[in-house]
Design a protein around this ligand. Structure first.
Ligand code: TYD
Ligand code: MG
Length: 445
């Protein structure tokens, strides 16, 4: 073998490289994907590299001009005010959640968009559009999977927005790795990123997410794009939640809420109480609190179940709530409020499939557990807000007035909260201040 050629073995699935052939890839676990590649390392001539011309920021126009609204308010909110020109957005979600529907609705709403599908034919898209009662006059469509053709078409058509459904079906004729392999997906995504930046055309790529949470391949895809949005089902399948998990041009705190109807995804304009169970009778073990997702407040119902431990160690299980936080709250109740929970299994659930990350719901969680343990329901017109400290003290929380105002609109008339919270008078709402967990328990017991 000549000196300037060396051989490596690389995996066609994930691109991992090895000095020797082996049957199974250590990185991705695939069998039979490793093959030999030769690389030529010809003596490269020294090339003189010219310098780059720096850009002066003052010469760049107002940033506002580089963003435009899609016209779907919930999508614009999650994007941080609209689509940024030249940005690459990944729209992920489980199969069947409604990604293609949302992508088509965005494309139709923006107008002058190019929809590229490797999954569905023009007829199928037309059928979907008919269901959505969407006017397709302004939408162009190509069924295409070859990345080179896709790029050439986008450059030629110069659409206001390009949608690619889905990135898993896109492939490159030049690539030697397998169809749909992670290495292909990554290479095609990087090419689309370069295209978006060069042409200033925003591109939305749809990607399938496996249950484990990654977009059919390594998480690296998330690093390659500007913005990552996930469309999720709520636990009862009533609503679809659009969540930003990465955004180079805005915050990721906001969520968008949709409902899947017979005519496509409908925006839920006032979603404050969608996560509540519909039953309005007081049941022992439930407490209501309010959490903030970005700029909006959502009511949450915390449900607890306390049942006698049959043998051994008491169980503590939580859905939608941090288990360590739950253990801490149980410890405070046992030690400070002197309620012995050591013979009880505690199960905690946040109704509606929300994941609570704030400590603002500590007190509601604690009182739901106590309500379940004592079998004493808490009145449904009472809202509970506050953080529990390790010594049992109740602490105030951020944006407390905003939360109470939202609750007042929904006819809550009592709020149990920390004693030192600075709250101005809100008409129709009685504030019940508590200094520690013991005082809070006396109110509901
Ligand atoms: P789809 O957008 O194809 O999901 P994905 O691209 O994420 O796989 O649609 C998912 C489901 O939505 C499908 O099972 C049918 C349903 N649906 C409606 O209920 N109403 C509608 O108007 C449309 C278009 C779809
Ligand atoms: Mg689809």
């Amino acid at each position: 073998m000549p000196n300037n050629v060396f051989t490596i073995h690389s995996c066609s699935n994930c691109g991992a490289q090895y000095p020797k052939w082996q049957g199974r890839c250590n990185e991705c676990g695939a069998w039979g994907t490793i093959s030999q590649e030769s690389q030529n390392i010809e003596n490269k001539k020294t090339v003189k590299i010219s310098s780059d011309q720096p850009i002066n920021f003052q010469e760049i126009g107002l940033a506002e001009k580089t963003r435009f609204k899609t016209g779907l308010e919930e999508v614009d909110r999650v994007l941080g005010g609209g689509l940024v020109v030249g940005s690459l957005v990944l729209l992920g979600g489980d199969p069947g959640v409604g990604k293609s529907t949302l992508a088509l609705q965005i494309a139709q709403s923006v107008g002058g968009a190019l929809y590229i599908s490797g999954e569905e034919s023009a007829n199928q898209i037309k059928m979907r559009a008919d269901r959505l009662k969407a006017d397709l006059a302004d939408l162009k469509f190509i069924p295409q999977t070859g990345i080179e053709k896709i790029i050439a078409t986008i450059l030629d058509q110069k659409p206001k927005l390009a949608v690619i459904d889905s990135i898993q079906t896109v492939n490159s004729a030049e690539s030697t790795t397998g169809f749909g392999s992670a290495a292909q997906i990554i290479s095609c995504t990087s090419q689309l990123m370069a295209l978006a930046k060069k042409s200033n055309i925003p591109i939305i790529i749809v990607g399938h997410v496996t249950k484990e949470g990654y977009v059919a391949g390594p998480k690296t895809l998330e690093h390659l794009v500007d913005t990552v949005l996930y469309l999720e089902n709520d636990s009862r399948d009533f609503y679809k939640i659009l969540r930003g998990v990465k955004n180079r041009f805005g915050s990721i705190g906001e969520i968008g809420v949709f409902e899947m109807t017979a005519i496509g995804l409908k925006e839920v304009v006032n979603p404050t109480n969608i996560f509540m169970e519909s039953c309005n009778l007081p049941i022992a073990g439930t407490a209501i609190s309010i959490i903030m997702e970005g700029s909006r407040a959502f009511l949450v119902e915390i449900q607890a179940l306390a049942s006698k431990t049959v043998f051994g160690y008491p169980q503590r299980k939580a859905t939608g709530f941090d288990l360590n936080r739950l253990q801490m709250i149980i410890a405070v109740i046992s030690k400070i409020a002197k309620i012995n929970l050591s013979n009880h299994d505690i199960y905690l659930n946040v109704a509606g499939g929300l994941k609570v990350k704030e400590t603002a719901t500590d007190l509601a969680t604690g009182l739901a557990i106590i309500s379940a343990f004592l079998e004493k329901p808490i009145s449904r017109d009472t809202l509970i807000l506050g953080e529990i400290g390790l010594s049992g003290e109740i602490r105030t929380i951020a944006q407390i007035e905003r939360r109470i105002k939202e609750a007042a609109k929904l006819k809550f008339n009592k709020v149990i909260t920390a004693k030192n919270s600075a709250i101005s008078n809100i008409s129709g709402v009685e504030i019940i201040p508590v200094a520690n967990i013991g005082e809070a328990i006396r109110i509901i017991a």
